[in-house]
Design a protein around this ligand. Structure first.
Ligand code: DC
Length: 233
């Protein structure tokens, strides 16, 4: 069977990464969380004090872009690759509401996008990859054989993200999480460079009323059909 590229885009907290990991595991493909890369750059900028509630020093961040090394290492126990910033595992730290607050701003910077897109394309050079993000089907892999666009209501998405943060012990309110989801939707869809949009050949999946398992079974079937179709050519 031939290998294909699966591009999964959509609004924040639509469960893209959950299903992307499930598909990668079932198909024996590599999973790449492109959002984690934007989060890694954001964490770097926060630690360097280039960004906070009152400040966004884009030039300072750009002058240090070459100091940022992002890599992924497969964690056998977890069953997926964790993200590292200059050799440090930052998988947990990048998921905080603080990083979520600033990441959309960082993702508007064209120079940052160009650097990360290049690295993402290298990860997918040999196909057999499932990548999730906002511009995977439109920019990173515009020739992906299977493109999915995930959506769900903002309230459902905020509830899912809130439950996740509470379960890991973070002190957050549902209202703050909902505000963050709505604000990221707005910034991600209206930014100038590579805004979140649905590729014309993408399949739209509204999972507001689907269980995780229903969604996985449905998307696995779509992926297997596509792999068969590509292999038969
Ligand atoms: O998928 P996520 O919520 O972890 O992504 C974090 C932010 O990164 C999101 O608000 C927008 C940005 N992003 C992007 O602009 N392009 C991508 N391919 C992935 C994420």
């Amino acid at each position: 069977m031939k290998k294909i590229t699966i591009a999964i885009d959509g609004f924040s907290s639509t469960g893209k990464s959950t299903v992307a990991k499930q598909l990668a595991k079932a198909l024996g493909y590599v999973y790449v969380d492109s959002g984690a890369m934007y989060r890694a750059v954001t964490l770097f900028a926060m630690r360097q004090k280039f960004i906070n509630e009152n400040l966004f020093d884009k030039q300072a961040l750009l002058s240090k872009l070459d100091d940022i090394d992002i890599s992924f290492k497969f964690n056998k126990q977890l069953g997926y690759a964790e993200v590292f910033l200059n050799g440090e595992n930052i998988e947990r730290e990048i998921r905080t509401l603080d990083v979520s607050k600033f990441v959309s701003q960082v993702a508007t910077i064209s120079e940052v996008r160009a650097q990360l897109v290049k690295q993402q394309q290298e990860f997918g050079a040999y196909k057999g990859v499932v990548m999730d993000g906002r511009d995977i089907g439109t920019v990173v892999f515009s020739d992906a054989e299977l493109k999915l666009f995930m959506t769900a209501s903002a309230e459902k998405r905020a509830q899912r993200r809130y439950d996740e943060l509470i379960e890991r012990g973070d002190d957050v309110s549902y209202e703050d999480v909902l505000k963050n989801v709505q604000s990221r939707d707005h910034i991600d869809s209206t930014r100038q460079d590579s805004p979140l949009s649905i590729a014309k050949d993408a399949i739209k999946v509204d999972n507001s009323n689907m269980t995780l398992n229903e969604q996985f079974e449905f998307l696995l079937k779509l992926s297997e059909e596509k792999i068969r179709e590509v292999s038969a050519k």
